[in-house]
Design a protein around this ligand. Structure first.
Ligand code: TYD
Ligand code: MG
Length: 509
């Protein structure tokens, strides 16, 4: 009997090893390497193609091509992220944490498509038919013509699909439950997930149906995560959100048929997911206007502007090594801004505990948020609230300069739309001034962070004013302080002379 071939595969990143290791050298994950049977499955090697036999047909790139045919489901936020609807013959992966709402979103999308007359098949490997029906009832789509199946074997699913009339959309919930007879490893393992996903992708290409694969993101490495199939599908969408908040974001991270970085915003309600047409209003809804340490960042998510509140708390630290805690932003970037404030702008902030939070549980990765973060930090340090009708955006350089960022005009326009009166950004954001400039909004441009720090420090309620502490270096002291200091010099000049004169007089008489 031939010996079974095995290899050791990381369940997190799919790296393959000849022997077992405690830690995966590729992704750094511990205890994620599992022995799997190899062989079988895909690819028989090139030897089956004989000379003059059946190789692939070569065609010219300059040939005729047709535009991708799309089917729109009518949920605008979902259609936007897919690039204008599901492309026929494509495979899409929808990933996300368990319980975030992937099944809910896809059932709602499937029902909408079925209502429009498309043939939709929903294959649930996780829930029984009764459970899916219950959910459909809750979502108010129980009358929809979506066809259901509770099946996990790939060959059975493919046979079912082939027996029935061709479907437009097939939802597989989830890839981790799929298993195929062609490989021997356990369901959920990397080999199973990869082979099953490959079979479904191949089916989509062959028949022109759209296949949506649902994949759970897992951290423990026991079940293969969606990352192992990212490369073989046409589009990858991640459904994100914070368990303690009701809104959810569908983010496109890969799309062969459209732009990536697009987001769709939803709100999880009792009756399923609701589209959020104006996300900026949602994220600014419960803003503490007039509180020190809160700044509004005019951000961009893909082609879409999004106003987000950034909160900072700077408090004197009792510890030798002050605490830094960041939620929703990059900790390394915060360290950089603190260093710039300290050494380029003379703002003594380093000895404090610093907490930074992006409101609403959002995650920001844009460098354009630098200026808003710096403004929030200075505001909290000085106790001076920022103007409630101002937005901030701009990238801070290590030299302390503020750089303009892309899409200034779109950011400014969104701010004006929501009633903001001022936009603070880097010098040279001409685009913001010309195209985006609105009558109702003034654009303030700063060439250095020091300028902004000086302005906030000199504003009303600032503790710097009360204690007469001013940032040095690049910031010129406010007028009142300069006046006081001038007077002090005059007094220092007059006082000793007056005293001597007085003494002389006393001695004379
Ligand atoms: P689900 O779609 O099952 O998540 P996933 O498929 O990503 O694992 O969503 C489950 C969560 O959504 C669950 O915690 C309950 C909540 N939910 C609502 O709040 N309202 C609803 O109408 C539905 C259907 C679910
Ligand atoms: Mg689910």
């Amino acid at each position: 009997m031939a010996r079974l071939k095995t290899s050791f595969t990381c369940q997190n990143c799919a790296a393959s090893y000849s022997q077992w290791n405690g830690k995966c050298e590729n992704c750094g994950e511990w205890n994620s390497i599992v022995e799997e049977l190899t062989g079988g499955g895909i690819g028989a090697g090139p030897k089956s193609v004989k000379a003059g036999g059946y190789g692939a047909k070569l065609v010219s790139l300059a040939g005729k091509s047709e535009d991708a045919i799309r089917i729109k489901c009518g949920i605008d936020e979902l259609d936007r992220v897919t690039g204008g609807g599901f492309v026929k013959g494509s495979a899409i992966l929808v990933g996300g944490d368990p319980g975030i709402g992937k099944s809910t979103l896809l059932l709602q999308g499937a029902a909408k498509l079925a209502d429009k007359g498309h043939r939709v098949i929903y294959v649930s490997g996780e829930e029984a038919i009764a459970q899916v029906r219950l959910r459909a009832k809750r979502l108010g789509v129980e009358k929809s013509a979506v066809e259901l199946a509770a099946e996990t074997n790939v060959e059975t699913i493919l046979a079912t699909l082939e027996q029935n009339q061709q479907a437009d959309l097939i939802v597989i919930d989830s890839i981790q439950t799929l298993w195929t007879d062609r490989v021997d490893s356990a369901p959920g393992s990397v080999t199973q997930v990869r082979t099953s996903a490959q079979a479904m992708t191949k089916y989509a290409k062959k028949t022109g149906a759209t296949v949506v694969l649902v994949g759970h993101v897992t951290k423990d490495g026991q079940i293969a995560g969606p990352r192992v199939v990212e490369h073989m599908v046409d589009a990858v969408l991640y459904f994100e959100g914070d368990a303690s908040h009701t809104f959810r974001i569908l983010r496109g991270v890969k799309n062969r048929y459209g732009a990536t970085d697009e987001i769709g915003v939803f709100e999880m309600t009792q009756l399923g997911l609701k589209e959020v047409k104006n996300p900026s209003a949602l994220f600014l809804d419960q803003r503490d206007e007039g509180a020190a340490g809160s700044a509004v960042f005019a951000g961009m998510e893909g082609t879409r502007p999004l106003l987000i509140e950034i909160q900072a708390l700077v408090s004197p630290s009792p510890l030798g090594t002050p605490r830094r805690a960041v939620v929703g932003w990059d900790g390394a970037r915060l360290a950089m801004i603190l260093a710039v404030l300290e050494s380029r702008c003379g703002v003594k902030i380093g000895a404090n505990d610093i907490y930074l939070n992006v409101a609403g549980g959002l995650k920001i990765s844009e460098p354009a948020a630098d200026l808003a973060v710096a403004a929030a930090l200075i505001s909290s340090l000085t106790g001076a609230p920022l103007p409630s009708e101002a937005v901030y955006f701009g990238e801070i350089s290590l030299s302390g300069g503020v750089r303009p960022v892309v899409h200034s005009s779109i950011r400014v326009r969104e701010a004006a739309k929501l009633g903001f009166k001022q936009a603070h950004t880097g010098k040279g954001a001409k685009e913001a001034l010309s195209k985006g400039a609105q009558k109702s909004l003034t654009v303030h441009q700063f060439s250095s962070l020091g300028e902004l720090a000086g302005r906030i420090a000199a504003s009303k309620n600032s503790r710097w004013q009360k204690h007469k502490i001013y940032p040095s270096n690049t910031i010129s002291e406010p007028k009142e302080q300069q006046f006081l200091q001038k007077n002090l010099n005059v007094w220092l000049w007059i006082a000793p002379r007056a005293w001597i004169l007085h003494k002389l007089r006393v001695n004379d008489f």
